[in-house]
Design a protein. Sequence first.
Length: 89
Amino acid sequence: MAKTSWINRNARKRATVKKYAAVRAELKAKKDYAGLAQLPRDASPTRVVNRCEVTGRRRAFIRRFKVSRLTFRELASQGLIPGVTKSSW
């Protein structure tokens, strides 16, 4: 489980990105890079980290299911993810 401070920080970054999205798009269209530099660093979408919805883990994240590989394996084994079955041959 990730520290709650990291999870909260990432949520704050997502909110900042959403807040400045229109301003950033406008500045980029004008090619006003000095204006872009005046915005907060966290307004850039690249600073947001994909985190597991369940545990908050950022490594081994599976985008399609929005969980980490460890959580995915547990949920799939329990049959909680529709359409996912354990492979055997």
